[in-house]
Each structure stands twice: as structure tokens, then as C-alpha cells.
Design a protein around this ligand. Structure first.
Ligand code: FAD
Length: 390
């Protein structure tokens, strides 16, 4: 029998293939070399200066749009993609957000709903990290209820003209292409907008106290004129953006287990080394209760992520099941981060340790891609048959 492994107490790693373990090691090594030494500094400065360089390195590893087929994408499994997300978010949720928005929102939107021309033009560059994408759905006055969006696309001859504002858009200021959702006479449609199109601006949002090592922007669309071919031909109505969100939420289900694991491992190391009242605080029952609860939370989250990943690979994963994962794994990761923070005492609030950074990042993760409340209502509706959204 194998020994008990505190890093993998339930032996979940045995469920992963050799290739998946190798992928995990490669992503972990990239994070160890290029992200971990700098991320606290980026976070403190509220900048993500290496985003472009990192995108190219991530492109070389094949993790951008990795679960998509063709057009330079890796065509990997859903579990492979999840394993990568877990490692990326163990470094920082901002890094995983870069990859999620690139691969699951912008690239997936083009891959699933775009024309052959869109795919040829954008996907190979985006898979290589040579072009960065963003995804504009949320508006200043419309977040959880995107059906009420006011950004409009109107016909002018054979062109489209877009007007409106999008808010809280990850990668916005560094993007080469934006997938923007707007109301049209036919319903909500998606548009592939090169960010150098006249009338498009993406000022960066400042004063964030969460996801500080991530670019978040407003998108300003002022009479942005696009050719007819800019519209995503496949998507009319909210099923277009919702299908993309479902992909990204799946990545979050895995990603947050990485952030939680990093908090647990930091707390465990700290508790073993920190002495009070003449012995390591790891020897106190109250500390052990916290560590045991954290370990159970992290491993339950990993099991749920793996279960959903297997269903996704089998083609049986339902959006309501993704809501289970998004709701509970983010909530659980936040609990772990908050508990780990207490184990570190005053050091728990210092950027010398990753815990407070993960904790504040997870506050954004709780809100974006459908708030905790929205996922609870989705599950509630699935259980009861009654819609409590409005
Ligand atoms: P609101 O919808 O105003 O909700 C406020 C509160 O009311 C929440 O608690 C919500 O759950 C609750 N609430 C609303 N309706 C109900 C109801 N019917 N019943 C019960 N409670 C309800 N968006 C993008 O399009 N692209 C991005 O790349 C992107 N990146 C982001 C990055 C960051 C760092 C953040 C913080 C957000 C990002 N978002 C992005 C936006 C995010 O998806 C929205 O913030 C989210 O959908 C919630 O919308 P809102 O902030 O407008 O909150």
C-alpha cells in the first residue's frame, strides 16, 4: 500500500494519466520559474506587466484554448484542461483568469460560433499567445442579467455600428481582439472586434483590491464600424455568451482547488515551523481542526472537479452540474483561504505569503462567471422547477 501523502491524502493523483501528471509538472514549473517569484510584487503594484510574455510561454505549453480541436489548439481533454487550471490558479487567480478568458471565452466563442474566416484569422495566433482576446458581456448597469444589456449593434448599409460600454473586462486593455455581445434587432449577437478599430477604447480599471495581478478594463464602443463579416454567424440570443461562460466556469471549478491547495500547504508549513507556548502551533488541537477541515475541503473540491471533468469528456456534463462545481468549489476555496489566513496570524495579512492574495482574488472569482447567488438559483430551479431569478 502507498504511504499517506499529505499533498494527496485521498490518492486522487492515481486517477490521472502519466501525461496529465507530466502536464501538471510542466505548468507547475512555468509558474515556479516565471510567476511565483514576481506575483506578490505585481499584486502589490496592481499590474500584470508580463502578461504578453507569459501568454507566449503558455502558448508554447499548449494551454491556450487547449481543449479546442484544430486551428493550432492542442485538442486536449477536459480533465487535461482542468489539471492545467488547477496549477495556474495555485500560482494566482489572475494567471488562470488570463488563460480562462483567452481560451474558454474569447477563443471558444470564435471556435464555436465564428465563421471559418474568423477561426483562421484569430485562433492560431491566440493559441500561440501571439494575440490576446477579451470577452465583453458585462455592462456598468447589467451584470447578472445580461439579457437587459444596452450595448447596441445597428445596421448601416452592409456594415454594423456598435455603441455602448462594457465593464469589468479581463484582458481588455491588452487585447488584440474583443468578442463583444450587443443587442440587435434579431436579439443578442456576438461581434469579433479588432481592438485597433476606430471608436474602440479599453481604459484599465484601477483601485481593485482583488485580482490585482490581472488586467481589468472598461470597453468603450463609440460608433465602432465593422463589416458585416464581423458578426459571429452561429450565435443569436443569449445561448452564445452562455455557452462560453459554461466553458470558463468549468475551468474555475478546477482552478480554485489550486488556490485552496496553495493556502493549505502554506498553512501546514507555517504551523509546523511556528512555535508558541513552547511548541509548534501544528500541535494544538484547534490548529489541527482547521488543517483537517481545509484538507477535507480541498480534496472534496478536487473530487468534484474530476467528476465533472470526466462527465465533460464523456459529453454528459450539464450546465446545472457546472453550477454545483462553481458554487461549492469557490465557496470552499474561500473558506480554506480564510482559515489558512488565521493559522498564519499577523503574517496571514502579509504579501510575503500567498494566502491573503489568494483570499482576496477568490472574492472576484466568487462574483465573476455567475455570482454564487446565480449558481444557487440555477441549482434551485433545477431542483424545484421554479424560476426564482425574477
Ligand atoms: P449584480 O448583477 O449587480 O449583482 C449584485 C448582487 O446582487 C450579487 O450578489 C448578485 O448575486 C445579486 N443578485 C442579482 N440578481 C439577483 C437575483 N435575481 N436574486 C438574488 N440575488 C441577485 N464580465 C465580462 O463580461 N467579461 C470579463 O472578462 C469579466 N471579468 C471580470 C473580472 C473581475 C475581476 C470581476 C470582478 C468581474 C468580471 N466580469 C467580467 C463581470 C462579472 O461577470 C460580473 O461582475 C458578475 O456577472 C456580476 O455582475 P455585477 O457585478 O453587475 O453584479
Amino acid at each position: 500500500k502507498p504511504d499517506f501523502d499529505p499533498r494527496d491524502p485521498l490518492g486522487i493523483d492515481a486517477e490521472l494519466t502519466t501525461e496529465q501528471l507530466a502536464l501538471r509538472d510542466s505548468v507547475r514549473a512555468l509558474c515556479r520559474d516565471l510567476v511565483r517569484p514576481h506575483v506578490a510584487d505585481w499584486f502589490e503594484r496592481g499590474e500584470f506587466p508580463q502578461a504578453r510574455e507569459l501568454a507566449r510561454e503558455l502558448g508554447k505549453l499548449g494551454v491556450l484554448g487547449m481543449h479546442l480541436e484544430g486551428y493550432g489548439c492542442a485538442g486536449a481533454s477536459a480533465v487535461d484542461y482542468g489539471v492545467a487550471c488547477e496549477e495556474l490558479e495555485a500560482a494566482d487567480s489572475g494567471l488562470r483568469s488570463l488563460v480562462s478568458v483567452q481560451g474558454s471565452l474569447a477563443m471558444y466563442g470564435i471556435w464555436r460560433w465564428g465563421s471559418e474566416e474568423h477561426k483562421q484569422q484569430w485562433l492560431p495566433k491566440m493559441a500561440a499567445g501571439e494575440a490576446i482576446g477579451c470577452f465583453g458581456l458585462t455592462e456598468p448597469d447589467h451584470g447578472s442579467d445580461p439579457a437587459s444589456m444596452t450595448t447596441r449593434a445597428r445596421r448601416d448599409g452592409s456594415d454594423w455600428v456598435l455603441d455602448g460600454r462594457k465593464m469589468w473586462i479581463t484582458n481588455g486593455s491588452i487585447a488584440d481582439v474583443a468578442v463583444v455581445w450587443a443587442q440587435t434587432e434579431e436579439g443578442v449577437r456576438g461581434f469579433v472586434v479588432p481592438t485597433d478599430t476606430p471608436g474602440f477604447a479599453a481604459p484599465e480599471l484601477k483601485k481593485k483590491l482583488s485580482l490585482r495581478a490581472s488586467v481589468t478594463s472598461e470597453l468603450v464602443l463609440d460608433e465602432v464600424r465593422l463589416p458585416d463579416s464581423a458578426a459571429l454567424p452561429g450565435a443569436v440570443g443569449l445561448r452564445g455568451p452562455l455557452s462560453c461562460l459554461n466553458e470558463a466556469r468549468y475551468g474555475i471549478v478546477w482552478g480554485v482547488t489550486g488556490a485552496a491547495r496553495d493556502c493549505l500547504e502554506t498553512a501546514l508549513d507555517y504551523a509546523r515551523g511556528r512555535e508558541q507556548f513552547g511548541k509548534p502551533i501544528a500541535g494544538f488541537q484547534l490548529t489541527q481542526q482547521k488543517l483537517a477541515d481545509m484538507a477535507v475541503r480541498v480534496q472534496n473540491a478536487r473530487l468534484l472537479a474530476l467528476h465533472l471533468g470526466k462527465r465533460k469528456d464523456a459529453g454528459t456534463l450539464l450546465p446545472q452540474q457546472v453550477s454545483f462545481g462553481k458554487l461549492d468549489n469557490v465557496r470552499g476555496a474561500l473558506e480554506v483561504a480564510r482559515s489558512a489566513r488565521t493559522v498564519l496570524g499577523a503574517n496571514g495579512i502579509s504579501l510575503e505569503y500567498p494566502v491573503i492574495r489568494h483570499m482576496t482574488n477568490l472574492e472576484s472569482v466568487l462574483t465573476y462567471e455567475g455570482t454564487g447567488e446565480m449558481h444557487a438559483l440555477t441549482i434551485g430551479q433545477a431542483l424545484t422547477g421554479s424560476n426564482a431569478f425574477r
